[in-house]
Every structure is written in structure tokens, then in C-alpha cells.
Design a protein around this ligand. Structure first.
Ligand code: FE2
Length: 361
């Protein structure tokens, strides 16, 4: 299936106005478009924010009987739609549905004086959807019906978050392979890497993960399921509080992770419990030479990993809302196309320290 790249990620939230303020002030996004009662939309308010190639849409429902309100009530604030840019939404939809995907919105065009956009959506795990977006014939800020909110039509430069790297889904125990084959069958994705539960195992809990990739490598969807451990898996904690499967984390690529992470911290973004000093003694010998200053990496709690192709630097935020569900990752790749396998143990131990603080371990 031809996919040109990520189009946007839409989060359904309890209060989009306040969430937008967080993504603007804390995460460095620029508000670019808006739709709501003031623009003739009666049932929702949607705020579009952008930073370089990343587009987030924050939507809340305005009535109790809204599907958006119900989603936010059931799952908490979280990702609803991981939307993909395609050359032809009708054919992407037709292909996926013919191969067993459930259609959610049939192909349709939205139009205004700036052109037209073709949309179609299919269901994936949990209450999540993938919308196929063909915006090749559109000049407006986001979609017809949205009002531009930038003064000069340009977004501010942001704080160095450049693009979406990968989006991770958590599914129930025993269901990972089903979703792997869903992406293979319906969207022509292939499996990139397989981590066994041996690889991602801490003293208490474990997970299994497979990475599906499509769009000639531009789209990467790791899918996790819990594995048996001595205590409750962090994936189980997610599934419990999210009331089912959903998006666990959104990884955003940076090209100056030190500057970006420092900036995020100054703006109030909280990262996972500090990485232990012992991690860096091990990491320096495991990863070897890097362009960055190890002291800076250590001071900011950034994790490092290396494989045959190169190295990567990454860090994970604390969860972005009260429920222990969605969080973000900042990643900078120097050749490595992995996901920080060497960091999984260190990372999961850090996550579990936070899980223990919540009394859920
Ligand atoms: Fe990740």
C-alpha cells in the first residue's frame, strides 16, 4: 500500500483548550489551526499544533453524548487517530477493507476555497483508528473547515522536535501476533525486528514487542503485549488504566537531543525517574564514541544504545496525563535503526520505579 508518511496524530482529551496550552508552552508546538463552535462546528473543539513535520490535533467533545467525550471518559486523554498521508485515500481504504480491516469512515472529500482533501478511516486495536489522508490538492492550514490561527502562515521554529519516528501500541496478552498479521495483511507492512521476552525482562515484569514497518520504512509501529513476570507488567498497568489497548508512546525525532531535552526540562516537561549513575558507566563502554558530550548526556538522563549500523540517543517523558498511559519519547538516530534494545532493561526498571510510586507494582 503506498504511504507517503505520517499526516497527523489526533488526541481525544477532556479539555483541548488546556491540553493545547501544554503542547504549545511545554513541548514547543505552534498552534496553526482551529475548528469549533466559532467556526460552525457544533459538537467539538479541535486545536491543530505543529512543530517541523509533526502535526498534533487535540480534540474535545462539547456534549456528554459525544463519541469524543465517551472516549476521553473511558480511556482518559489519549491518541485516537494515527493518520497517514497517502496518494489515494479511496484505494488505501478499499485495499485495507477488502483484506479484512473494519471501515470506520468511507472515502469522502472535504472542500473549501483552498482546495479539497480526501479522507477515509479504518479501525485498528482498541478504539483507535487510522485515517488515510490525501491532501495533495489542498493549500489550507489543515482541513477544510479549520481556521488558520498563525499570523503569518508560518509556524515558529520550535525546540528541535523534527518528525514522528514511531508510534507504539499496547495490546492484550496473547494478541500481539494477531495485530502483527493485521498490519501485514491489511496494509502490507513487514516485520522489522523481534524482541523476545528474554530481551525485555526486568526482575518484576516483562513484555514482548514486534515492530511493523510500512511506507518504505517511514512508518514504524512497534506493538507490545505483556509477558509473564513476578509482578504486574507495565503493559498490564497500561491496559488496566486505558481500559484496553491503545497508543503507549509517540516517539519524536530530534537532531540536537541535548538542546531539545534541556529546553523541554526548562519548560516543565518531566522525564522518567533519573537514570542511575551506574547506567552511564556501563553505557560508555557499551556504546563507545559518540558525537555528544557524555557528561551532558548523563546530566540530562539521556539513554544511549548502539547496534551494527550506528548509535541512538533517547529519553522518555513521564506520562502526559494522570492515568499511567500515554507518554512521549525523544530520539536522535546516528545510523541505528533500532529502538534502544540495550536500554530496555534500564528503561523498564526506571518505569517500574514510577509504577511502584503509584502503588501498581
Ligand atoms: Fe520507542
Amino acid at each position: 500500500m503506498p504511504i507517503d508518511g505520517w499526516d497527523h496524530i489526533e488526541l481525544y482529551v477532556g479539555n483541548a483548550k488546556q491540553a493545547a496550552y501544554y503542547y504549545e508552552r511545554a513541548m514547543g508546538f505552534t498552534p496553526t489551526a482551529y475548528a469549533g463552535p466559532e467556526t460552525g462546528v457544533r459538537d467539538r473543539a479541535s486545536y491543530v499544533l505543529e512543530q517541523n513535520d509533526i502535526r498534533l490535533v487535540l480534540t474535545s467533545g462539547l456534549r456528554a453524548d459525544s463519541e469524543i467525550t465517551r472516549f476521553a471518559c473511558t480511556h482518559g486523554d489519549g491518541a485516537k487517530d494515527v493518520a497517514l498521508e497517502v496518494p489515494d485515500a479511496a484505494s488505501a481504504y478499499g485495499e485495507a477493507v477488502q483484506r479484512g480491516a473494519r471501515g470506520v469512515a468511507e472515502p469522502h472529500w472535504l472542500e473549501d476555497e483552498l482546495g479539497r482533501v480526501e479522507l477515509a478511516s479504518i479501525a485498528t486495536y482498541g478504539d483507535n483508528v487510522h485515517t488515510f489522508v490525501n491532501r495533495s490538492g489542498y493549500e489550507g492550514p489543515y482541513l477544510p473547515g479549520y481556521r488558520s490561527v498563525t499570523t503569518n502562515g508560518q509556524t515558529a521554529s520550535g525546540i528541535g522536535l523534527k518528525s514522528i519516528d514511531h508510534v507504539v501500541g499496547n495490546v492484550q496478552l496473547g494478541r500481539m501476533d494477531e495485530w502483527v498479521s493485521f498490519y501485514e495483511r491489511t496494509m502490507g507492512f513487514t516485520e522489522l525486528i523481534h524482541f523476545s521476552d528474554e530481551a525485555i525482562h526486568t526482575e518484576y515484569s516483562a513484555l514482548m514487542s514486534k515492530v511493523m514497518t510500512g511506507g518504505e520504512g517511514k512508518i514504524k509501529f512497534p506493538i507490545n503485549e505483556p509477558a509473564e513476570g513476578r509482578r504486574k507488567s507495565q503493559i498490564e498497568e497500561y491496559l488496566e488504566f486505558n481500559e484496553g489497548p491503545g497508543v503507549q508512546h509517540i516517539a519524536l525525532a530530534a537532531d540536537d537531543i541535548v538542546g531539545t531535552v534541556e529546553n523541554l526540562g526548562n519548560r516543565g516537561v518531566r522525564f522518567l525517574v533519573a537514570t542511575p549513575g551506574a547506567y552511564y558507566e556501563d553505557a560508555r563502554s557499551r556504546v563507545g564514541e559518540i558525537e555528544q558530550d557524555w557528561e551532558e548526556i548523563r546530566r540530562l538522563g539521556i539513554l544511549a544504545d548502539r547496534d551494527e549500523e550506528g548509535y541512538l540517543l533517547q529519553i522518555f517523558t513521564a506520562t502526559a496525563q494522570d492515568r499511567p498511559t500515554l507518554f512521549f519519547e525523544v530520539i536522535e538516530r546516528h545510523g541505528s535503526r533500532g529502538f534502544g534494545e540495550g536500554n530496555f532493561k534500564a528503561l523498564f526498571e526506571a518505569i517500574e520505579r514510577e509504577q511502584a510510586l503509584r502503588g501498581n507494582l
